[in-house]
Each structure stands twice: as C-alpha cells, then as structure tokens.
Ligand binder design. Structure first.
Ligand code: ADP
Ligand SMILES: CSC[C@H]1O[C@H](OP(=O)(O)O)[C@H](O)[C@@H]1O
Length: 399
C-alpha cells in the first residue's frame, strides 16, 4: 500500500530533521510553504534563528494551479530528483543539490538557495547578472553533451531513455506548446484584443507545418537528457552564481528544446521590458537581452563543440565536420522551440510574470502582441537562419 500523504508544515519539518543531512537537525523548528509554481508544494525549513536551512519539495497528485480535476503522476518527483542528481553530477556548479528523495512520498530535500533569487524576477526589474547567460550555456552544454550519443555508451544511453521516459509530463508540453495555441481550446488564455492575431496564427500554413515538425521532434528525437522546462523561473541567480532547479519535465528529447526554452525566456523579457521599465532603462535592458541571446548560444555551441572534440566516445559521430553539421540543426531547432515558447506563453494556459505584471493595459497588450508576432516570425524563419547575428537582426526587424 502506498504511504503517500500530503505533508503538513509540521511533517515537512520532521522530514527535514531526519533527511536534511544537518548535524544540528533538532534546531529545525518551522516550515513555510513558498511554492509559487504551477505544480507542487515547496517548504522552506527554518531553524530557531529564523534562518532557512533546507527546502522540502513534494509533488501533489494533481496540478496545483488547477486542482484535483487535473490529476498528475507522482512519479514526476522521482524524475525531477533523478534528473537533478544526474545534472548535478555533470555540472555541480550550476545545479541545485538534492540531499534526499523518496519516490513513494514523492518528496525531495534539497539545498536551500535563499541566498539566490529567481532569475525571472531579476530580469523583470532590470537587474543584470553579467555571468548568467554564460553559466546557463555551460550548464546546457555539460548536461546535454554528456547524456548524448556523442558521449554515452549506446547500451547505457538506451537504458537511460527508458529510465527517464516521462509520458505524463511530456504530454503537458506536447499539448500546451504545440497543440492548444493553434486550436480553440478552453485552456487557452489571451486578451480579447488579440483575437484577430490568434486567428491569423491558426490560419498560417507555413507556421502550422513548422510547429508540426517541432512537435514531431519533441515526440521522437531522444537526443539527450533534457531539463525539460528551463525557463527563467527555473533558474536561481546570485552574483557570480547560477543554479538550475525544477526538473520534473526531464526526459530524453531534442537538445534544441532546452536551448530554445532558455532563449525564449530571454526574449519574453525583451518583449516585456518597455512595459516594465522607463524608456531609457528598457532600451538598455533590451540591448542586453540581445547580447544575452548571443552569449547563451555561442557559449553552448562552443562548449558542446569542445566537449565533442575532446570526449566523444562514438568514433562515427566524432568524424570531423559532423559536430558542426549537428550544431547547425540544433540551432534551427532552438530558434523554432524558442518561438513556440513565446507563443504558448502568450496564447496558451501558462503565462509569465514579465508580461503579466505590466500595469498599463494598452502597453501590456502591445508587449504580448509583440511576443506573439516574434514567436511566429522565429518559427517560420528558423530553417533559414544560419548565424546568431542573423537571428539578432531578425529579432530587431520584428520590433
Ligand atoms: N532550493 C530552493 N531554495 C529556495 N527556494 C526554492 C528552492 N526550490 C524552490 N524554491 C522556491 O519555490 C518556488 C517554486 O519552486 P519550483 O521548483 O519552481 O516549483 P514548481 O515545480 O511547482 O514549479 C521557486 O520559485 C522558489 O521561490
Ligand atoms: C499545467 S503545468 C503548466 C506549466 O507549468 C510548468 O512550469 P512550472 O513548473 O515552472 O510552474 C511548465 O512550464 C508547464 O508547461
């Protein structure tokens, strides 16, 4: 019989005392539920001095932001913990440390990152972390290269594809990114003023073809062990430090999906800044975001290439010229998935604070419309954009 039960704050404290790995565990006295994501409970566990020492995260048997009418697998807690453990092994400097997890209780204890801040909020306030995009590019290169066929033994790779098969969480992405926005679905959520833009989106045959290809590759291209949801709300930053969290969508999928999600969230911020900051700061922030796009892609590509040259185990894939050709495909995919992130965050169910917190309504609609139009442009143009400079020029052309 399953021992699953949803933790109360007191149970979270008791659990952290037993499994938080602290030498002074009895000093843990209080829990505060701080979850602000769509899915789970997150407790910060405080000691007698009011200092948060560890974090307990527990999956609910349903989607938190919707309720019990949308049941969801508890196995996502195992997938999240095991993905983070694996990514920590490959890139400890940029992954949260999991201290303990229990698949039956769907719970994990992890290091407390209260010294950091969620990147999305910092970007929205115009706070720059000069090393963040380089660090995120490094995280993506390390985790994706070392879990790809360039590096893993084929037997090991196939065993991992099975272990990290994540059908229910993937289905959410399949629906929310690639299906709902292009149909009249009750989960969609966009301002009435965008009705004509959305109708045009749905009629666009070239776009629909490209989106079909992106979804098809998301279904079928088990290239590497993705984080699966690496948006700016899944990244903690501090001066000189960046840590990925929240990997319950982890599975073996197309490398461009992770890179594209990260790029897409930089561009959501780019579109939102005119509504968030004064004119001058917004313009500076937007220039910075474009440089961030450049740095993220170039860091990822250069690091992946260097790792491939140094550490590829498969002699055929290591053939000179192949890595270049592969990275060109990843670049096109990344631009396409970036565009699909922009569209699903404007038309679909799940929105981002960058756009939602814009106070002036007319400005908010303008910024959302811009994100939607940029998403569409990028998806259609993706197969024809060869370099990051061309990508940035296309983004500028779009407004
Ligand atoms: N290791 C951590 N240290 C401190 N705060 C955390 C930690 N992990 C999560 N949080 C807080 O909990 C929030 C929700 O966590 P997240 O993993 O994104 O949950 P969900 O899976 O529901 O999206 C984060 O935005 C952050 O404020
Ligand atoms: C019904 S889940 C919607 C959305 O929520 C997830 O984000 P997070 O876990 O950070 O709240 C993911 O992006 C899903 O697409």
């Amino acid at each position: 019989m399953s021992q699953y039960r949803t933790f109360t704050a007191a149970e979270a404290v008791e659990y952290a005392q037993r499994f938080g790995g602290l030498s002074d565990a009895s000093s843990l006295v209080k829990a505060e539920e701080v979850g602000d994501g769509n899915l789970n409970l997150v407790f910060k566990i405080f000691d007698r001095d009011g200092i948060s020492r560890v974090v307990v995260k527990q999956a609910l048997p349903y989607v938190r932001c919707v309720g019990e009418t949308w049941p969801l697998t508890l196995d996502r807690a195992r997938l999240e913990a095991e993905t983070l453990v694996e990514h920590y092994r490959l890139c400890p400097q940029h992954t949260v440390k999991v201290l303990h997890y229990d698949a039956e209780l769907a719970v994990m204890v992890m290091e407390d990152l209260s010294s950091h801040r969620i990147w999305r909020g910092e970007l929205a306030q115009g706070r720059d972390y000069p090393q963040a995009t380089r660090q995120l590019g490094e995280y993506l290169a390390q985790t994706l290269f070392h879990t790809s066929d360039f590096y893993l033994h084929p037997h090991e790779k196939k065993a991992r594809v099975i272990r990290f098969t994540n059908p229910e969480m993937c289905e959410i992405t399949e629906d929310l990114f690639f299906t709902d926005p292009y149909e009249n679905h009750p989960r969609n959520d966009y301002p009435a003023q965008l009705e004509a833009d959305v109708a045009e989106l749905r009629r666009d045959e070239r776009l629909r073809n490209e989106v079909a290809g992106l979804k098809h590759r998301f279904f079928s291209h088990a290239e590497a062990h993705l984080h699966g949801d690496i948006h700016s709300g899944s990244v903690f930053v501090a001066e000189g430090s960046l840590k990925a969290i929240d990997a319950e969508f982890g599975y073996f999928g197309p490398v461009g999906f992770d890179v594209g999600t990260a790029l897409g969230n930089l561009l959501l911020n780019y579109c939102a800044l005119p509504g968030l900051l004064a004119t001058r700061e917004a313009a500076d922030g937007r220039e910075q975001r474009l440089q961030d796009v450049r740095t993220l892609w170039l860091t990822f590509a250069e690091r992946f290439q260097a790792l491939a040259a140094e550490k590829s185990r498969d002699r055929t894939l290591a053939w000179s010229g192949y890595v270049d050709a592969y990275l060109k495909k990843v670049f096109a995919d990344s631009i396409g998935y970036c565009g699909s992130e922009l569209i699903r965050r404007t038309v679909g169910m799940s929105h981002v604070a960058d756009l939602e917190t814009i106070k002036d309504e007319a400005m908010r609609i303008d910024c959302i419309r811009h994100a939607l139009s940029l998403g569409k442009t990028l998806i259609v143009a993706a197969p024809h954009i060869d370099t990051v400079d061309t990508l940035i020029a296309r983004i500028r052309q779009n407004g």
